[in-house]
Design a protein around this ligand. Structure first.
Ligand SMILES: [Zn+2]
Length: 232
């Protein structure tokens, strides 16, 4: 495996572990153990951490020790405000530019979400649900909008993983299916309405703090995620 690929594995494994809350907020991510874990230099570890920091998933402390980000409720509200604006524009553009070939991949993604929910993998299904929105962003055909939405959706998934109360994921999956139907009919008014109420539901679920988990072993969590990223 090339060095740059190893750096990508480090970035992806950390990202997935954070998004699925295997690594909980405030967990320290020191450079040396990470370099050893992923068998890369500290420079490459820093590059991977910088990418995660730019997505709002980790915070760099004053002694340059990274920790998993712990967004406050005020930050969470601000992120959702921005997300509502971006998603409304995404829905408008996707409706306008809709192509029938888009339906199958969107539906396949929702089936994956449903399978994760049925298997009781709540945090996997949160991540997949976020990726559904990123997918819609890509279909908008506007790269800048796609990038901003991807960043905001990632932050929302982290917020939901941190603050979200346990809920039935079926609801979200059904809402995604309804959204696909409205987009496929190019019914912009209905799609916009569905998206607005869908996002309101997500925001409401992101309000109750949950208990923290116990101390965790960084090495064993990351080996699991490294394997999962490499086997893709
Ligand atoms: Zn959704």
């Amino acid at each position: 495996m090339r060095l740059s690929q190893k750096a990508d594995v480090a970035y992806l494994a950390l990202r997935q572990a954070i998004m699925e809350q295997a690594l909980t907020p405030a967990t320290k991510l020191p450079e040396d153990p990470l370099a050893e874990q992923f068998q890369i230099s500290r420079t490459l570890v820093r590059a991977a951490l910088a990418r995660l920091a730019s997505e709002g998933l980790i915070e760099m402390g004053n002694k340059r020790t990274a920790t998993v980000a712990q967004p406050s409720l005020d930050e969470a509200r601000a992120v959702f405000e921005v997300r509502r604006c971006l998603e409304a524009e995404v829905v408008r553009l996707v409706c306008q530019r809709w192509q029938p070939a888009w339906r199958a991949p969107l539906e396949a993604h929702v089936s994956q979400e449903q399978a994760a929910a049925a298997a009781g993998q709540a945090n996997v299904s949160i991540r997949l649900a976020g990726e559904f929105h990123t997918l819609l962003g890509e279909l908008s055909g506007n790269p800048l909008l796609t990038r901003y939405l991807s960043e905001v959706t990632t932050r929302c998934s982290l917020i939901l993983a941190v603050y979200g109360r346990p809920h039935s994921s079926d609801c979200a999956v059904n809402e995604h299916r309804q959204l696909i139907d409205a987009l496929a009919r190019q019914d912009a008014a209905e799609a916009t309405r569905l998206m607005a109420s869908h996002l309101e539901g997500i925001e409401q679920r992101a309000l109750l703090p949950r208990g923290r988990r116990d101390e965790q072993d960084l090495g064993s969590i990351l080996s699991q995620y490294t394997r999962s990223v490499e086997s893709r």
